[in-house]
Design a protein around this ligand. Structure first.
Ligand SMILES: O=C(O)[C@@H](O)[C@@H](O)[C@H](O)C(=O)CO
Length: 424
């Protein structure tokens, strides 16, 4: 059977295999096959931010994924995620390339300081924000009792803060969704939308989630998935940091909102390596989840270099340290350079690999990653891949050892998918 074009996956449990280099899809397919189905894959997934950093294009990302799918004889439904879209131009180039899952990211317009303002300051700012939030009166004094037993109270402070924090962001998201609808309808192509508000400093409250989703749905947005900022720390390249039991309780409340208003899926961004929370996510959502990963496939590419060309890996670690403080700017990470020994202090190649990539614990909920080393390598992917010597050298290493890259990815992502299935 031939490989189908990407298609909307609807409410099926789904998993995004972001590939920043363009050589990871064979390993992603191997993992999906070993895990035994039940979770629909998105092999083509890149954000505009990633493609800018790696000098790749939407058509190139799509071509790399589709070529690998055809070569592997992939014949099942699969999606394609145009990730973190902010402008109509982002929509045009990704829609034209055949993406079908459009992730709208209004985080640049969200007032990130809103959670720190005093009530007086919020009232002051609301006078300017009110125009973008005509919906405030519609919620005033309302309460919503969720099937979980939690109650959302739309009191004045919550409403005014939501208006200040998300008013303009909701407007921008609705506008971009309209562009997506117009572009796809004109081309006669189906599509689905995710709204990503995960990249905020503070967790998304239940009231904020309810208002943002309700307003987007009332606008006619084809919302299939929403990514709130969950409680705890969901940092790049490392496992979940926080109380997983408390997280599961919170996930149940967010999932209840998605069920009452939608239904739509809850989406986990920065999903790489968060295996300790995967069963909770699957349980709390009743399987109505999307998990998005990308950095971990890049880190596993570095693992191939560590195993097959240790001198190259050592050079990549040294170079990445010089770029980390600049490249970390748009990512949620805590690592600092002094948190991990410089490579010159780690004479053994194995010690260097374990220190910068971590050892996989024996259990799927591996928590033995070396957090700082992984975050330094994770955030500097763009600098490495566009470096005139190191980028081609890493690609050449992967091209020379395709079976090794495929196997490390298959093992790595089978554990990811098995941890999700443990909660289904
Ligand atoms: O790094 C990026 O720009 C994206 O891959 C991520 O932000 C993506 O949305 C994600 O959460 C994958 O971990």
């Amino acid at each position: 059977m031939s490989t189908p074009q990407p298609t909307p996956l609807g409410l099926a449990p789904s998993f995004g295999f972001g590939d920043r280099i363009g050589l990871a899809t064979p390993g992603h397919i191997a993992a999906a096959r070993r895990a035994g189905g039940g979770i629909a894959p998105m092999f083509a997934q890149q954000s505009i931010r990633e493609m800018t950093r790696t000098n790749r294009t939407p058509p190139g990302v799509m071509e790399d994924a589709m070529n690998a799918c055809r070569a592997a004889g992939w014949s099942q439904p699969h999606g394609a995620d145009a990730d973190h879209l902010k402008t109509p131009a982002d929509v045009s180039v990704t829609a034209e390339a055949g993406f079908t899952f459009f992730t709208i990211d209004p985080s640049g317009i969200v007032d990130q300081q809103a959670d720190d303002y005093s009530e007086a300051r919020v009232r002051e700012l609301f006078t300017e924000a009110a125009g973008a939030a005509p919906w405030v009166n519609g919620y005033r004094g309302k309460t919503v009792k969720l099937p979980t037993g939690s109650t959302i109270v739309f009191d004045e402070p919550a409403l005014l803060k939501a208006a200040v924090k998300y008013g303009r962001a909701i407007e921008a998201a609705v506008s971009l969704a309209t562009t997506i609808r117009q572009v796809q309808q004109a081309a006669g192509r189906d599509y689905e939308i995710e709204l990503s508000v995960d990249e905020t400093e503070q967790p998304t409250t239940l009231a904020e989630h309810y208002i943002v989703a309700d307003q987007c749905l009332q606008s006619g947005m084809k919302l299939v998935s929403l990514a709130p900022r969950f409680i705890g720390e969901l940092e790049k390249g490392v496992d979940y940091i926080g109380d997983v039991q408390a997280l599961e309780t919170s996930l149940r409340d967010h999932a209840a909102i998605a069920h009452v208003l939608g239904p739509y899926k809850l989406s986990l961004h920065s999903g790489s390596d968060k295996l300790s929370m995967y069963p909770a996510l699957a349980r709390a959502t009743g399987g109505m989840f999307h998990v998005k990963t990308a950095g971990t496939s890049y880190l596993e590419a570095l693992r191939v270099a560590a195993q097959e060309e240790p001198e190259l890996f050592r050079e990549l670690c040294v170079f990445s340290r010089t770029r980390y403080d600049a490249d970390r700017a748009t990512y949620h990470v805590h690592a600092t350079l002094d948190a991990v020994p410089p490579p010159e202090h780690l004479k053994s190649d194995l010690e260097l690999q374990e220190c910068y990539l971590g050892r996989w614990e024996t259990t799927p909920q591996g928590d033995g990653f070396t957090q700082a080393g992984r975050q330094i390598l994770h955030c500097t992917f763009g600098s490495v891949l566009t470096d005139k010597r190191l980028g081609p050298a890493l690609r050449a290493c992967l091209v020379e050892h395709p079976a090794v890259y495929e196997e490390v990815l298959a093992v790595h992502f089978e554990k990811h998918l098995s941890a999700l299935r443990a909660g289904m």
